[in-house]
Design a protein around this ligand. Structure first.
Ligand code: SAH
Ligand code: F3S
Length: 512
């Protein structure tokens, strides 16, 4: 059987969470498109892929609600497959628990295993034709009726391929078998390199595309579920990344964002230990690629040499997303962040010295176990001291399975909300002050989107420092051009808010 024999169906991919998930969903979408599957609403789809996030409770609950809805849908439909990917997958134990709770999940899949999809669909997708008969054209002749189909399937899985290891549900539903991919993700010692199935790059890249370069995380921050669900840190080999980056650029990407939980850990596990700056040096050679971004930074992995080399690469944009999580030393210890406040501040000062005009964003958690008013105040003090451009703030949310889940979640919700708003308020003032310093300057902006409102077209994009910029599209009769995502323009900034910069006119259109 070849993949071309897979009858077409309709798919729906539901995605929540971080850029890594968005990037992974794009890949899955490309694969399904290439298999001839058609995108549809969740209600109409034959394959629903839930790409989940477990970082906080709310997104996980959304996935549980959807799984409950899909269970009801599956009770009534014979032509629906449900696949789960993303953070909720975790290890075999999590899979077993989820499998018991939701016997209707057909496939648990990690993105590195996504090239299983054609095989999975080939084996499990049984479209109904006519009056409820199975269309089994693609099966061997000997299995041309249902009972034999089951037997043929049993035989097929009795000797599982290295990638597929289906388990059988007791249900007699024709598609009631579950495919659980083995934990190929848990690499053997000495075999920690992450390979993505390269054929699943997005078919069309948006001008700003993502490139996951390190998967998993080796830290054990006490509040965080990511390492349990995404496994240990695994870097993708440089040559694989170069091939993928070139192909993304050939498909229209102008800006690549390199993704990793602690992105400066890139290469530590690769044979010749290249570092992030080496990767960026190589990526800089790609014609047609104009900007390189990266996230998320971790202070202890960021060496002076790395910062200096990145700062000297013209394509690497001057913006750092470097989560601090708290401004208090005791709290950082409880969080097991692996650095002291002094070390963090020292790193930021060094970055600002070595990389002029760099802008900074950070993540903060408020209301973590035992957070006193004084500890919280230290976080506000840190915001005043560093003056980040952007702060992402979250109220602590207990994640079962983490170290902190054993501790008392003792900051009341109302207090968490108060602290969250206090951070937002301080940050809004600082961001406004910082953004106002751009007024009067001319900024290079890559257009990411065109908003149309009441007949007016507005360009939306980012400057190199990652500030959101809005500008009306120049009159097409004058500029002779309809702007598109991926165009570069220079604009003079006229106004600023805490969240964006605004311009009234495009100063120069750039040929980049
Ligand atoms: N790799 C990143 C974090 C990834 S998780 C780092 O080095 O910090 C993304 C963000 O979610 C974190 O920065 C944190 O602010 C938030 N987060 C993680 N676990 C959380 C939890 N249990 N409750 C609330 N926010 C959490
Ligand atoms: Fe989570 Fe800490 Fe890693 S926040 S993703 S364990 S660096």
């Amino acid at each position: 059987m070849t993949t071309t024999s897979i009858p077409r169906g309709k798919y729906h991919i539901w995605t929540v969470g971080c850029q890594m998930n968005l990037a992974d969903s794009q890949r899955i979408q490309t694969m399904l498109d290439e298999l001839g599957w058609e995108e549809a609403s969740m209600e109409q789809a034959n394959l629903v892929v839930l790409n989940t996030c477990s970082v906080r409770q709310a997104p996980e609950e959304k996935a549980h609600n959807l799984l409950a809805q899909l269970r009801r849908a599956k009770d009534q439909r014979d032509d629906l497959l449900v696949a789960l990917m993303g953070c909720m997958i975790g290890n075999q134990k999590t899979i077993d628990t989820l499998g018991k709770r939701y016997p209707h999940i057909d496939l648990f899949m990690k993105v590195e295993q996504a090239d299983i999809l054609p095989q999975f669909l080939e084996e499990r997708w049984t479209p109904i034709s006519g009056a409820g008969c199975l269309d089994i054209d693609f099966l061997p002749e000997s299995s041309a009726h249902e009972v034999e189909f089951e037997t043929a399937f049993d035989a097929m899985v009795a000797t599982p391929t290295p990638l597929i290891q289906p388990t059988f549900a007791t249900s007699t539903n024709r598609i009631g078998k579950r495919t659980v991919l083995p934990m190929a993700i848990t690499p053997k010692p000495g075999d920690r390199i992450a390979h993505y199935p390269t054929k699943i790059e997005p078919a069309q890249a948006s001008p700003s595309a993502w490139l996951p370069i390190v998967l998993g995380c080796n830290k054990v921050c006490t509040y965080c579920i990511v390492p349990y669900r995404r496994g240990r840190e695994r870097s993708r080999p440089m040559d694989e990344l170069m091939i993928e980056a070139r192909s993304l650029v050939a498909k229209g990407a102008k800006e690549l964002t390199l993704l990793g939980q602690t992105v400066e850990a890139y290469g530590l596990d690769l044979p010749d230990t290249p570092d992030l700056a080496d990767l960026m040096t190589n990526l800089s050679e790609i014609n047609g690629l104009s900007r390189i971004r990266f996230m998320t930074s971790y202070p202890r992995h960021m060496t002076d040499s790395m910062i200096e080399r990145m700062a000297h690469l013209p394509k690497v944009c001057e913006h750092l997303n470097i989560p601090v999580q708290s401004g208090d030393n005791d709290m950082l210890k409880r969080m097991k962040r692996g650095y002291s406040l002094e070390e963090y501040v020292e790193r930021i000062e060094r970055v600002r010295e070595l990389w002029p005009d760099i802008t900074l964003s950070t993540d903060i958690i408020v209301g973590f176990c035992g957070e006193t008013e004084a500890e919280f105040q230290h976080t506000l003090d840190l915001l005043e001291k560093i003056r980040f451009d952007v702060v992402h703030v979250a109220a602590y949310s207990v994640r079962p399975g983490t170290v902190a889940a054993r501790w008392e979640d003792d900051v009341p919700l109302a207090e968490k909300k108060r602290r969250l708003h206090a951070v937002e308020e301080v940050q809004a003032r600082i961001a406004l002050e910082l953004n106002q310093s751009y007024v009067g300057k001319v900024e290079e902006v890559m257009v990411e989107d065109i908003n149309v409102s009441r007949g007016h077209r507005q360009l939306k994009g980012r400057n190199r420092a990652n500030k959101l910029v809005f500008c009306p599209e120049p009159d097409t009769s004058v500029s002779q051009k309809v702007f598109q995502p991926g165009d570069f323009v220079q604009v003079r900034i006229e106004r600023a808010t805490a969240w964006s910069l605004q311009s009234d006119t495009v100063a120069v259109e750039m040929a980049l």
